[in-house]
Design a protein around this ligand. Structure first.
Ligand SMILES: CC(C)(COP(=O)(O)OP(=O)(O)OC[C@H]1O[C@@H](n2cnc3c(N)ncnc32)[C@H](O)[C@@H]1OP(=O)(O)O)[C@@H](O)C(=O)NCCC(=O)NCCS
Length: 180
């Protein structure tokens, strides 16, 4: 069996396999989650949608990042997710490899801050910490213990305060504000 832990960039040719992987790992109700509201209508951040493929199984792991804006001043940030690994290929480092590669690429592209909604016990392994309660507001229900951040630049979280929105939605609201 061939296993390569070298992530590669997704292309549209992988879309169907990735959707099937997400349905398999998260279930069909996944689209009701708050993190989906933050992705609705957005395109993923360029160069940061990665997969790991195996010759025998095809896509066994996938990760994406999405452009966000935070607060009235619109601090840019990324939303990490979904991260999914095929149930038969979990616990062999695929998730970690996808996160490390995604974080390294995000940093190289000049991104400052990543947030996500997920298990602190898992994401804490690569440096994510709980956002202090009340600092960020997301458009939907969230357990504050699951709202996590990772700074790619020192003090990036301190500069981000308030409502978290998809980048396009923030741009749209600001354009309306400017026009009135
Ligand atoms: C969570 C997930 C992405 C992890 O991917 P993976 O490739 O299996 O993880 P890795 O091989 O990098 O890491 C495995 C380690 O993380 C631990 N781990 C896995 N999921 C965990 C979780 N939710 N909380 C805490 N630890 C977890 C494993 O026990 C293992 O620990 P060990 O190294 O001490 O043995 C994968 O299990 C998955 O797709 N799950 C379903 C979808 C999901 O829940 N995704 C988001 C998580 S909030």
């Amino acid at each position: 069996m061939t296993l390569s832990l070298a992530p590669t960039v997704q292309t549209s040719a992988h879309d169907k396999q990735i959707e099937a992987l997400l349905d398999l790992t998260f279930g069909l109700s996944r689209r009701t989650k708050t993190s989906y509201r933050l992705r609705e209508g957005s395109a993923p951040a360029a160069g940061l949608s990665l997969i790991i493929k195996e010759a025998e199984f095809g896509v066994v792991g996938a990760i994406s990042f999405w452009p966000l804006r935070i607060g009235a001043i619109g601090r840019p940030a990324l939303l990490l997710g979904p991260l999914a690994v095929h149930p038969q290929r979990q616990n062999i480092g695929i998730g970690r490899a996808l996160m490390h590669e995604g974080m390294a690429r995000a940093s190289a592209l000049g991104h400052h801050l990543i947030i996500l909604i997920g298990d602190a016990s898992y994401y804490g392994r690569v440096g994510f910490r709980q956002v202090p309660e009340g600092q960020l507001e997301v458009p939907g229900p969230v357990d504050p213990k699951r709202l996590l951040y990772l700074e790619l630049q020192v003090a990036a979280l301190a500069a981000a305060q308030g409502l978290v929105l998809a980048d396009w939605r923030w741009q749209e609201i600001n354009a309306l504000r400017a026009a009135t």
